[in-house]
Design a protein around this ligand. Sequence first.
Ligand code: UDP
Length: 355
Amino acid sequence: MMKRVLVSGGAGYIGSHVTVELLQAGYDVVVADNLSNCDLTCFEGVKKITGRNDIPFEKIDCCERDAVDRLFSEFRIDAVIHFAAFKAVGESVAEPLKYYRNNLLSFLNILEAASAHGGCNVLFSSSATVYGETDRLPVTEESPRQPATSPYGNTKQMCEDILRDTVMATAAYGTEVMSGLDKPGPVKGISLRYFNPIGAHPSALIGELPRGVPNNLVPYITQTAIGKRECLSIFGNDYPTQDGTCLRDYIDVVDLAKAHVAAVSRMTDGRMEDGYEIFNIGTGRPVSVLELVNTFEKVNNIKLNYRFAPRRAGDITAIWADPAKAEKKLGWKAQRTVEETLASAWAWEKHLAGK
Ligand code: UDP
């Protein structure tokens, strides 16, 4: 029987790319999204790319317990990938309770329903933000987490811990996940810690669609290039790095999506070595902001309007992944070059502008 994956937040940026890769790998997918931070543009793109018009779309808010429970009654779900969450760091500082309510409650509801219906495999979308600032680079999964510097980051740490504890407690229900049953079962869990996801699908039919002024670097670059924004501010050129700008590990969104397929198959095929596992998902290559901007200009043959601006509060100097564990255990490795990724980001921006 085909395995079915529930993708919460599946209409969003990463969720839509993951839905494509899951379908192409032969999984059935149910997309659940409340459309609070996106419209149906990417979901329509997913249908076009995959040629599938039959993907179930459930417009639900995962903060509604009954709605989540209903999903698990209606569909036999072998794995859940939980993306549905707020993600703006600055906003989370201004409105912490909104972030704690949304990001925690939705995950609690997923976990309760997952366990109540025979157990389930749960993949949580975590973030490299849990590592905070560290001198010991690259970071491995064993690197200690640092106290979170924003409510957003704190929800990522808390959800990781909630998943770990749930796995431990529900192990009492046995080892075999029997999705779809009307009795409690074990939850198995994987947290994927993403570094900086960027880029778009090579078809240019799905990509990042920020509402309002983008917080993240690449959408700010592409919107400046297309003329939606006047000038990119590079936050800080006095960091202790080779060119003074911050170092990050930019991971292509299609590569990232493939890591989810690898993690889901590890869970659903019973290949986990532990009930709860953590993987870094990055390239292992540090790239500076200035390098990224210059590469964008070069591959797309564009002169970008940018200036150096003061540091942004809360930014760390440098972070990049040691992705060895993901390669060894998931058989996954980033494939696309930064050049390809930045070309895809630009193709998507042009697609949005109708060019
Ligand atoms: N950045 C920048 N200008 C912008 C947005 C981001 O210079 O308009 C820099 C930011 O200081 C950081 C890097 O780009 O060094 C990546 O930032 P982003 O917000 O995309 O991700 P983060 O690493 O903060 O999660």
